[in-house]
Ligand binder design. Structure first.
Ligand code: FES
Length: 211
């Protein structure tokens, strides 16, 4: 950072720890908030079903918040996302804190040992989170028909923005991009190659802005 400021005198000097500190603060705050909502929330407010509780899962006789039947999918999807990994490896574990800085561990096992080997489940969590996303779209559409008639309310717009942003995030997933257009050397030689090329082109802008 000091070298950078020396070669670029006009660059503002920002303490290196500011970004990891912000990541830890905001991400930890969200995790605490999400856990609290999942534990004590009811999941419903009028016509609105909290995204943490959708789809509604009712299993009698088990004293566990219905949110936990759902949250493992989006939470696992986020926790194994390449960009979330980068953020928490750097900010929580300083491992490493930045590019060009050596490993803090003497022996580096990468993601081949427990627990980080679980990050390789990302593509399967994509499928699970995709199913949840379909239910969130259904919930968002339903909010426009609360009371049996079409109407636009602040809540319905918030639901719509939420699900549009979540869809952009999901379509930008590296595993999704690989699924639609990866693992091919030649599109014109592959089965449905033209379609896969179009899909791959279509998801690229989402992928570029995924972080
Ligand atoms: S969701 Fe971020 S890489 Fe898949």
């Amino acid at each position: 950072m000091a070298d950078h400021a020396a070669t670029h005198p006009s660059a503002p000097s920002i303490p290196w720890w500011l970004q990891p500190a912000a990541t830890v603060t905001i991400l930890s705050g969200f995790i605490v908030y999400a856990t609290w909502v999942a534990l004590v929330g009811s999941g419903k407010f009028g016509a609105y079903l909290s995204p943490f509780y959708s789809p509604e899962v009712k299993i009698g006789g088990i004293p566990i918040s219905p949110a936990f039947w759902v949250l493992w999918a989006p939470a696992g999807f986020r926790a194994t996302c390449y960009y979330y990994r980068k953020a928490y490896y750097r900010s929580y574990f300083a491992d490493p804190i930045s590019c060009m800085i050596g490993e803090s561990r003497r022996r580096y096992a990468g993601e081949t040992a427990f627990p980080f080997v679980l990050n390789n489940l990302h593509r399967y969590l994509l499928y699970a989170a995709g199913v949840v996303l379909v239910f969130l779209w259904i919930d968002a559409v339903k909010t426009f028909f609360a009371g049996g008639r079409f109407g636009v309310h602040l809540g319905s717009l918030i639901f719509l923005v939420n699900v549009v942003l979540l869809s952009g995030y999901t379509l930008g997933c590296h595993a999704f991009r690989h699924m639609v257009g990866g693992n091919l050397d030649c599109y014109s030689c592959a089965r449905a190659g033209r379609l896969r090329f179009r899909l791959w082109e279509w998801v690229n802008p989402f992928n570029h802005r995924h972080a």
